[in-house]
Design a protein around this ligand. Structure first.
Ligand SMILES: *Cc1c(COP(=O)(O)O)cnc(C)c1O
Length: 455
């Protein structure tokens, strides 16, 4: 067989024309999302005041396996996709491993992450519905940036509630969003009722994704012609992100490579879900087997230490309830640097696949993550996002295991983005000032005790 090139590119005409909905192939489906007031499965009519109509339909559809990608979205994708699948020859050499390591790099666009894949889809459907604008939250800032890019492309107003700790740590992120025309408000703010309430209850709080979501939902439902959009967790987002996995699979197939292990970082589960969907689909249909690993921060360990239960998706309890692995919607993680992985819950699709044993999960500590980030940066040239570096950590650990056993495993991981806006975190690490925060069982119990009683 031909030698595998460093960059396994697909041609433009080999790009996916449909998104893949893994729920369609799941015999046991993720539990339905519930109306927070009635605790009954939520209907399209009930979702429509919050979400764009077409996106609400995608959210509720757990049977259709393939959705056509509208041509305008495909054309936008062509500006920065297909994203490269890279054979990490230099990292393999550095580690002295017989393993073959591949990474799918999603950082080749201004948002610096995979989030643009869903942002452009969501902005497209909002525009098609004739809306004036959208509201959202952003944690580390990648989603807000991606959405502001997508909104400016379709001439939509974009209002972003940014978790306060990130707003302060990442002023340049904020400025990129404003450059694309978005309004950026630190959350919790005094603009919304829920923001005022959270500020009163937790004075001086640095915020959380859960708070910012509540504020953005309130802003959407109190302004005419606005809807709320979300960059992770939701099943519609995993659907859009399936473009990552479909391209990865097409590229591997093109070179006759069979992945043994697929690794992704997990915040709300969207990149992981997108990357693994086509592979998990094969497993569900009994066509192939893979070892799939979700990697989460030890500081926010929803899969490895959370409960599989119905919970609120936001602190203000205005969003639908989802059954997911969760730490409780009141969980506010320490102000560490895993910015984009600080969400208390996990995609209901990932949660169900994990519960069925199709995927496993690992948690890793922050300093170990930055160690891996630097090993990677120094040989592969890309400065990785801290979130992505969680996946790098486990890919390196697994490659080192192969060194001991002599196995030539094919390890594929998702490199979700770049870390140029995370230099405060890198600085802390380089100065030896970074610590590892791991919540105690008592702390977790406190937030888990507040889970709603649903049966
Ligand atoms: C947002 C983000 C993540 C985590 O979000 P998921 O929904 O779990 O994918 C990971 N990496 C980067 C670079 C991000 O921006």
């Amino acid at each position: 067989m031909n030698e595998i090139p460093y960059k396994i590119y697909l041609e433009e005409n080999e790009m996916p024309t449909q998104w893949y909905n893994v729920r369609g192939d799941m015999k046991k489906k993720p539990a339905p999302i519930l109306n927070p007031e009635t605790l009954q499965p939520i209907t399209l009519e009930e979702l429509s005041p919050i979400f764009c109509e077409e996106l609400a339909k995608q959210e509720l559809d757990d049977t259709t396996t393939y959705f056509e990608i509208p041509e305008e979205i495909r054309n936008f994708y062509k500006m920065y996709r297909p994203s490269p699948l890279v054979r990490a020859y230099c990292l393999e050499k550095k580690l002295g491993t017989p393993a073959h390591i591949y990474y799918k790099f999603e950082g080749n666009n201004t948002s610096g992450s995979h989030k643009l894949n869903s942002a452009i889809a969501q902005a497209y459907y909002a525009k098609k519905q004739g809306l004036k604008g959208v509201t959202t939250e952003t944690g580390a800032g990648q989603w807000g940036t991606a959405l502001s890019m997508a909104c400016s492309y379709f001439d939509l107003d974009c209002q972003v509630y940014m978790v306060k700790v990130s707003y302060e740590q990442k002023p340049f992120r904020r400025e990129v969003m404003r450059t694309y025309g978005a309004t950026v408000t630190p959350s919790p703010s005094m603009n919304t009722e829920i923001g005022k309430k959270i500020n009163a209850e937790f004075p001086g709080t640095t915020g959380s994704l859960g708070c910012a979501i509540s504020e953005a939902v309130e802003a959407a439902t109190t302004q005419e012609g606005y809807r709320y959009v979300l960059g992770s967790v939701l099943s519609q987002v995993l659907l859009h992100q399936s473009v990552i996995g479909l391209e990865t699979k097409a590229a591997l197939d093109k070179y006759g490579i069979k992945a043994d292990m697929i690794i992704g970082c997990a915040g709300g589960g969207s990149n992981l879900g997108g990357l693994i969907s086509p592979f998990a689909g094969q497993m569900l249909r009994g066509e192939a087997d893979y070892e799939i690993i979700a990697v989460e921060p030890a500081s926010c360990p929803s899969l490895t230490r959370g409960k599989y239960a119905y919970d609120f998706c936001d602190t203000g309890k205005v969003c639908p309830l989802a059954k997911m692995y969760t730490l409780g919607s009141g969980f506010i993680p320490s102000a560490n640097h895993a910015g984009g992985l600080r969400y208390h819950g996990m995609s209901s699709v990932i949660s169900e696949l994990y519960d069925q044993g199709l995927i496993s999960a690992r948690s890793v500590e922050q300093t170990k993550v930055f160690e891996a980030a630097e090993i990677f940066a120094r040989v592969e040239g890309i400065l990785p996002a801290p979130e992505s570096s969680h996946a790098i950590r486990v890919a390196i650990d697994e490659a080192l295991k192969c060194k001991e056993t002599g196995e030539e495993k094919n390890i594929v991981f998702g490199l979700t983005g770049t870390g140029y806006f995370d230099m405060v975190a890198y600085e802390k690490f380089n100065n030896g000032e970074m610590s590892d925060y791991i919540p105690t069982d008592e702390e977790l119990k406190k937030s888990l005790d507040t889970l709603p009683k649903v049966d």
